[in-house]
Design a protein around this ligand. Structure first.
Ligand code: F6R
Length: 607
């Protein structure tokens, strides 16, 4: 996720671009830059937050009334001045900013290198600038169109050339893009809030469309050149709503971003037959074949993601795997060796306990793979291999979209390791690949069923205690659902394997006590239903998360939150979303500070 801006009009572009980027900083903040046309095109860019760019612009200002800008969240290449956008072709006449991923960038880059091209950055974006310059024969729109035809992936890009002053061309392929229509001026941005204080009239660009922007307005076309008649919408959000993209809280916004996050995490990494490409994972096949154990270490929500990984490694790969809390593993004196892989999972890549456990694993000779959301984080710098989750910055303290991306990343890793070890049946690999590619649509559907979470939230909002149960992968989701609920609603909640209930906790189940049960694992369905019956017999209230086709649960449950049927191994990916929404709505009904719950911080950098 990155933020992009564009401006054409009578005013100085620099302050408008920088102000827009500030408002888009939530989409990425590891580097930022702008390009402004004034006869020639000049670029200023700086690593770090927008303030560094502003400091640079004080020393080296840019004048001109047409420009594009970018705030970055790295996917290809570490955060640095040279990898910051905008990027240009060698002549400096064509400049590009871009959000998303060019999946075939490696082959495009090799093709350009064969033709003598030299690159100044490690980004996929620079390739676009080279391609557009090569394709240009007097019409920037056609050059962009031809470049898009060569590039695979999910992205939005904005292009400007010295050869055609006063014009910006932009394309949307999945990543968001809007046009703001002013009086004699036109804006481009990744989202409406970036320019909402300048205009309230917008055109939303849709997938596979391009837009040609001048000071007089915008022309929308399909990528193939057919005209599009898009209605102008008038926005009347207040400024607080706007910052959150119209959502009441960042948490809800981030929950709703999950379909897009899955698309980004998968982009360019998974073929239909289940073949996986992981750009920063370099272990060789012999090492993978010789692996005798996988350790997964993490804290909190990341640990819960690891529980899913553990189950997948064991069940699908038949590879011994243990997930351990990082703060426990570091003092547990584990027996590790070079035939083992330690996977450290951390959204921030800065959690002190996770870093310590990762270092300890490294010192004991285990290879260390980081699954993290932050490019260049301490964990990423320390790791031998890195799998970036590409969820974009997460602002709400309660993690949702970063957790989702951690799940997807682990499915990819398991498929990659399983293929080398020959332990994943090709049909299963293809089914998982298909299921993962379908998942953004499945989650969209689950999100559209938000009202069922509101009904469930009404039922538990005044409870003293809430219990979450499930078996296998559903137990992992129960743990996450329980943590989400307690951290933002401040209700006491506990999760346990469904079979464990009768070994003690059942004593606490009395009339009306809510028990949330997750039922995506068909192989153990009947066993879980036994626990449900134990609860019912003591007067407990059952709130179930179940597949659409599960009619059995209607006999026992007071409330059912339905999800579309998916392959059992992917059930948890869909099932966690109603639980995130449940936690959100309970906290909202209890009038809590949802994005910043008491006593908690986004990044726990102390032991
Ligand atoms: C809960 C939550 C925390 C984090 C934990 C680890 O919603 O976000 O439990 O998951 O503090 O943080 P990272 O993933 O940054 O290592």
């Amino acid at each position: 996720m990155c933020g992009i801006m564009g401006y054409v009009g009578p005013q100085e572009a620099t302050p408008i671009l920088v102000d827009g980027l500030r408002r888009l900083e939530y989409r990425g903040y590891d580097s930022a830059g702008i390009a402004v046309a004034n006869g020639s095109i000049d670029i200023r860019k700086a690593q770090g937050k927008i303030v560094n760019l502003e400091t640079l612009l004080e020393v080296e200002p840019l004048a001109g009334s047409v420009g594009i800008g970018h705030t970055r969240w790295a996917t290809h290449g570490v955060p640095s001045d040279k990898n910051a956008h905008p990027h240009s072709d060698p002549s400096g006449e064509f400049v590009v900013v871009h959000n998303g991923i060019i999946e075939n960038f490696q082959s495009l880059k090799e093709g350009l290198i064969d033709k003598g091209a030299e690159f100044t950055s490690e980004t996929d974006t620079e390739i676009l600038a080279h391609l557009i310059a090569r394709e240009y024969d007097g019409d920037i729109v056609e050059a962009v169109r031809r470049t898009v035809a060569l590039s695979e992936g999910a992205y939005a890009m904005v292009v400007m050339t010295k050869r055609e002053p006063g014009k910006i061309v932009a394309v949307r392929k999945i990543s968001p893009l809007v046009v703001g229509l002013g009086d004699g001026e036109t804006f481009l941005a990744s989202d409406i809030p970036a320019v909402l204080h300048r205009t309230r009239d917008f055109i939303i660009i849709e997938d596979d469309e391009m837009v040609i922007v001048t000071a007089d307005g915008a022309t929308v076309e399909t990528i193939d050149g057919s005209p599009v008649d898009r209605e102008v919408i008038h926005i009347d959000w207040d400024s607080q709503q706007a910052e959150k993209g119209g959502y009441e809280h960042f948490m809800l916004k981030e929950i709703n971003e999950q379909p897009a996050v899955i698309t980004e995490t998968l982009a360019g990494r998974l073929d239909e037959d289940g073949t996986v490409w992981l750009e920063d994972v370099s272990f060789d096949d012999d090492y993978v074949r010789d692996l005798d154990r996988v350790w997964i270490t993490a804290c909190g929500t990341a640990y819960h993601a690891g529980l899913i990984g553990q189950e997948i490694f064991r069940r699908v790969l038949r590879l011994p795997a243990n997930v351990e809390y990082a703060h426990e593993l570091r003092y547990a004196d584990p027996i590790m060796s070079s035939n083992q892989l330690t996977i450290a999972i951390s959204q921030s890549g800065e959690t002190a306990d996770t870093l310590a456990a990762a270092r300890q694993a490294g010192e004991q000779g285990s290879r260390m793979l980081a699954i993290t959301n932050v490019v260049g984080s301490t964990l990423a710098r320390y790791a031998d291999d890195i799998l970036y989750t590409r969820a974009g910055p997460e602002i709400s303290v309660a993690s949702t979209k970063a957790y989702m991306a951690m799940l997807i990343a682990q499915y990819l890793l398991a498929l990659r390791i399983g293929a080398v070890r020959g332990t994943v049946d090709p049909d299963l690999a293809a089914a998982l690949s298909h299921g993962l590619h379908q998942m953004p649509g499945v989650i969209e559907e689950v999100l559209s069923r938000e009202p069922q979470a509101i009904v469930a939230a009404e039922a538990i909002k005044d409870a003293q205690d809430v219990y979450f149960i499930g078996r296998g992968l559903d137990y992992a989701i129960a743990m996450e659902g329980s943590l989400k609920l307690k951290e933002i609603s401040y209700l006491h909640s506990e999760a346990m394997p469904a079979g464990e209930l009768k070994h003690g906790t059942l004593a606490l189940i009395t009339d009306g006590v809510p028990v949330v049960v997750i039922l995506t694992q068909r192989a153990v369905y009947d066993k879980t239903i036994s626990a449900v019956q134990e609860v019912k017999a003591r007067g407990g209230r059952i709130i179930a998360v179940a597949y659409d086709t599960d009619t059995e649960i209607d006999k026992y449950a007071d409330i059912v939150m339905r999800i579309p049927d998916v392959e059992d191994l992917l059930g948890p990916v869909a099932a966690v979303v109603p639980l995130q929404l449940l936690a959100y709505h309970v906290a909202r009904m209890r009038d809590h500070d949802i994005d910043q719950p008491r006593n908690l911080a986004k990044s726990v950098t102390v032991e």
